[in-house]
Write a protein that binds this ligand. Structure first.
Ligand code: RB5
Length: 153
């Protein structure tokens, strides 16, 4: 799988090991930085990963900040992206199965590297369930349309 990855300083320590973990599994990883542990602004790193996924240059995105929250806030604003901060394997499973999530946002400060690797495994191996979730995800995505007036069913 083509995976775009980035962090801020809060996720920097885990980014290298996670990229190596993915490469060991045979994934094609593009690292959008940062390339040292200096303090940076997470929107500058979430944006290129989200755009890589939205434009089809990457199949999935993985973003790591202190909590995963800031990264998800940014990535979700890019059309075509479904991002969420995920802290455990059950949520990773449902994020794929129900929400067809394509950008995984991890916490580098509150979740261990080992636990994040298990979360990543689940994110990369769980299929979207389809069925009743298709129309719901389509309704999520229509919020990307600037002409959508809201709440139409
Ligand atoms: C950086 O201090 C921190 O705010 C950031 O890593 C992230 O947790 C934001 O949501």
């Amino acid at each position: 799988m083509r995976i775009a990855i980035a962090s801020d300083h809060g996720g920097y320590d885990q980014k290298g090991p996670i990229a190596a973990y993915l490469e060991d599994q045979g994934h094609d990883v593009t690292d959008f930085g940062p390339h040292d542990a200096s303090s940076v602004d997470y929107p500058d790193y979430a944006d290129p990963v989200a755009r890589a996924v939205a434009t089809g240059k990457a199949d999935r995105g993985i973003l790591i900040c202190g909590t995963g929250i800031g990264m998800a806030l940014v990535a979700d604003k890019v059309s075509g992206v479904r991002a969420a901060p995920i802290q455990n394997v059950n949520f990773a499973h449902l994020f794929r199965q129900h929400n067809n999530g394509n950008v995984l946002c991890l916490s580098g400060r509150f979740v261990s590297l080992e636990d994040n690797e298990r979360i990543i495994d689940e994110f990369l191996t769980t299929e979207f369930e389809g069925g009743r979730h298709v129309a719901r995800v389509e309704k999520v995505m229509r919020e990307d349309d600037p002409d959508f007036g809201g709440v139409a069913r």
